[in-house]
Design a protein around this ligand. Structure first.
Ligand code: DGL
Length: 273
């Protein structure tokens, strides 16, 4: 059985395009509708109440496009809103936290796992909780890295300033002897080469975008929702604002052109959710 409806993906902004990029390889036949809440980014500095409300509205926008599944391509929204999303909506929903956890548990040899993310993701405590539930022996070292998001958005992927910031944030991981670090923010895969350079070869970085794309493929297949292999996939990108340089930054995240990009009016949804 095949299903021609699109897969919906949302993030607070452009970061989720790192997940879409991996999905283009993992599920190449799927139509995708992406929503980036660029008018209200960042989510990583906001309270749980606000992030939960925004996440419900983001999902609602995707449902208007008749999506068959939702990918929450934002660690902040996944950490804070996965429970309300799965309670409210009756379709398969997948976040970016669990796929990264699974990969980290497979990768670590000494059981010492670092997690980096936005302040909201780290303060939610979701990663240590889920890692402990999966394996109580694992020692978790969380670290908020709030400056990484603006540096990635500025395109400073290999800048000296970014290296200095990385040294400050990540310095203690060597001291704690972690052997695995989860990139707990959809912006961070863009900084992977620089982070590898700063951390050295003894630490494995877990790219949640790659793992999430594999999990999307599995989930679609489990629910018999995979698209027909003969269909030509269409990709639509919706945003709540089109800021200066959006296209350039978006294409840098995605690694290819944004074919169809348009702005949606989120105000009309605010009263209805
Ligand atoms: N993409 C978001 C995440 O994965 C980070 C950006 C933000 O703060 O909104 O957490």
């Amino acid at each position: 059985m095949s299903n021609a409806k699109p897969v919906g993906v949302f993030d607070s902004g452009v970061g989720g395009l790192t997940v879409v990029k991996e999905m283009l390889a993992a599920v190449p036949n799927e139509h995708i509708v992406y929503f980036g809440d660029t008018a209200r980014v960042p989510y990583g500095t906001k309270s749980a109440r606000v992030v939960r409300e925004f996440a419900l509205q983001d999902a609602q926008i995707l449902l208007k496009h008749d999506v068959k599944m939702i990918v929450v391509a934002c660690h902040t929204a996944t950490s804070m809103a996965m429970d309300v999303l799965t309670e409210r909506f009756d379709l398969p929903i997948i976040g970016v936290v669990e796929p990264g956890i699974k990969a980290a548990l497979e990768a670590t040899k000494n059981g010492k796992v670092g997690v980096i993310g936005t302040r909201s993701t780290i303060s939610s405590g979701t990663y240590p909780k889920l890692l402990a539930e999966a394996n109580s022996e694992i020692e978790v070292f969380p670290q908020a890295c709030p400056l990484f998001v603006p540096l990635a958005e500025e395109g400073w992927l290999d800048h000296d300033i970014t290296k200095q910031v990385a040294h400050i944030y990540l310095g203690s991981f060597q001291e704690y002897q972690v052997d695995t670090i989860i990139l707990g923010c959809t912006h961070y895969p863009l900084l992977k080469p620089l982070l590898n350079q700063v951390l050295g070869p003894s630490i494995t970085l877990i790219d949640s975008a790659e793992e999430t794309a594999k999990a999307v493929q599995l989930m679609l297949s489990k629910h018999a929702l995979l698209a027909d292999s003969s269909q030509r996939a269409r990709h639509r990108y919706l945003v709540s604002d089109i800021p200066h340089q959006f296209r350039q930054i978006g294409e840098q995240f995605l690694g290819q052109q944004l074919e169809s990009l348009s702005q949606v009016d989120i105000d009309s949804l605010i009263q209805t959710v």
